[in-house]
Design a protein around this ligand. Sequence first.
Ligand SMILES: Cc1cc2nc3c(=O)[nH]c(=O)nc-3n(C[C@H](O)[C@H](O)[C@H](O)COP(=O)(O)OP(=O)(O)OC[C@H]3O[C@@H](n4cnc5c(N)ncnc54)[C@H](O)[C@@H]3O)c2cc1C
Length: 418
Amino acid sequence: MTRFSIFGLAANALRGHKRWSSTWRDATPKDGYDIIIIGGGGHGLATAYYLARVHGLTRVAVIEKGWIGGGNVGRNTTIIRSNYLLPGNEPFYEWSMKLWEGLEQDLNYNAMVSQRGVLNLYHSDAQRDAFARRGNAMRLHGVDADLLDQNGVRKLAPFLNFDQARFPVQGGLYQARGGTARHDAVAWGYARGASDHGVDIIQNCEVTAFLRDAAGAVTGVETTRGTIRAGKVGMAVAGNSSRVAAMADLRLPIESHVLQAFVSEALKPVIPGVITFGAGHFYISQSDKGGLVFGGDIDGYNSYAQRGNLPVVEDVCEGGMALMPMIGRARLLRSWGGLMDMSMDGSPFIDRTSVPGLYFNGGWCYGGFKATPASGWCFAHLLATDESHPVASDYRLDRFHAGLLIDEKGQGAQPNLH
Ligand SMILES: Cc1cc2nc3c(=O)[nH]c(=O)nc-3n(C[C@H](O)[C@H](O)[C@H](O)COP(=O)(O)OP(=O)(O)OC[C@H]3O[C@@H](n4cnc5c(N)ncnc54)[C@H](O)[C@@H]3O)c2cc1C
C-alpha cells in the first residue's frame, strides 16, 4: 500500500497524478475464510480492519453485493457526536469519538474529520431541563458538553430565527468535539487499511443463503459468485438486516425505513458546525465545498427502496424555514435516500444470534455513521473472542425479552419516533 505523505502528494502532482496505485485489492472469493463479514459498509469494513489490526486475524473477507460506499456509509449526512444520555450508550459513543480523533493517523488516510461542533437547540424550559440532564450525564462520563443560553447561541449562529412565535430559540446543548467526517472517505480508508492487512474485499457479490451443518450452525454462505465456507459469519448489512437474517430463519426487532438527505448549491461559509432544530426534525451543516447538507425525519412507511417521497421533503424544508428563513433563498442541488434499520428502542445490536456461527451487527437507525469506528472495534472483539466488548455489552438481541430497553429518547418501542 502506498503511504500518503506531503512528499508523495507533491511527487504525484508533478507526474500528473498518473502513478497512484489502487486504494485496495479487488479480491476474488477464495473457497473459505476464518471469518466472513457480510456488508461492505462502514461497519463491515471497520470490523474487518480491526479484526486484522487488533486481533491479528487476516483470513477474513468482506462480501458486498454492490460497491464499497454504495450503501448508507456513502449516503449519510456525516455527523459525528457522542452526546448520549444513557449508560448503555454514552461510553460506546464516546469510545467511537476517541477513535474518530485518531482515525486519520491510524489509517494514514484523510477522512476529513472536522470537529466543528454540534449544537442541539432547545425551545422550552422543559427541553432545557432535559438537555441540562443530558449534558450533566455526558460530563459525568468525561465527555465535553456546554449548556448555552440564547446569547451563547447567538454568538455561534446569529442567523437563526430566535424570536419566531411558535418555537423561539432559548438556547442549546453544545458539544464542541462533535462535527463531521467525509462519509465515503471513511469507507475507502477502512477498505484500504483492511486490504493492506490481508483482508479480501469482494465487491459485486451478493449473499443469497447461509450454509448450515446438520446441527443448524452456519458454516458459510452461498453467493452470486459461488459458495464460500467460513468458521464464523458476521452480518453488517444495515437496512437489509431483516432480509439477510430471514435467510437464517431469524426474525429481528427491526423495521426498515427510508431516510432522505439534501444538499444545496455551494454557498460561502455560513453554518459554523452542525445545528439541530429542537421543535421539529431538521438538522443542518455545511460541507467543505459549501453545500448546505440537511435532513430530517424518516419516511413513515417500511421500505427497502433507496429513495423517499415528497411529503418528507416538504416536512424537512418546513423545519429549515422555521429555523432559518434565509435557507429558502438557496437552491437545492440534489437529494437521495438510504435504508435505515430502525430498532424498537432506537439503539443498536452487536451480539451473537441464536444460530451458532452467526453474529449480528445492526439496528443503527439513522445514527450509525458516528458509531462506525466503535462498532467495528466492538464487533471485531466479539467475533475474535466470543465475548462482548465492555462498552457494547448492553447491545444484546434479547434485551426486549428482559425489558432492558436502551430507550435514549424515552419514546417507547416506536421506531417511527426514534
Ligand atoms: C440520509 C441519511 C443520513 C444519515 N445521517 C447520519 C448522520 O449524520 N450521522 C450518523 O451517525 N448516521 C447517519 N446515518 C446513518 C448511517 O449512515 C448508518 O447507520 C450506517 O451507515 C449504517 O452502517 P453501514 O455503513 O455499515 O451501512 P451500509 O453502508 O448500508 O452497509 C451495508 C452494506 O451491506 C450490503 N448488503 C446488504 N445485503 C447484502 C447481501 N445480501 N450480500 C452482500 N452485501 C449486502 C449493502 O449493499 C451495503 O453496502 C444516515 C443515514 C442516511 C441514509
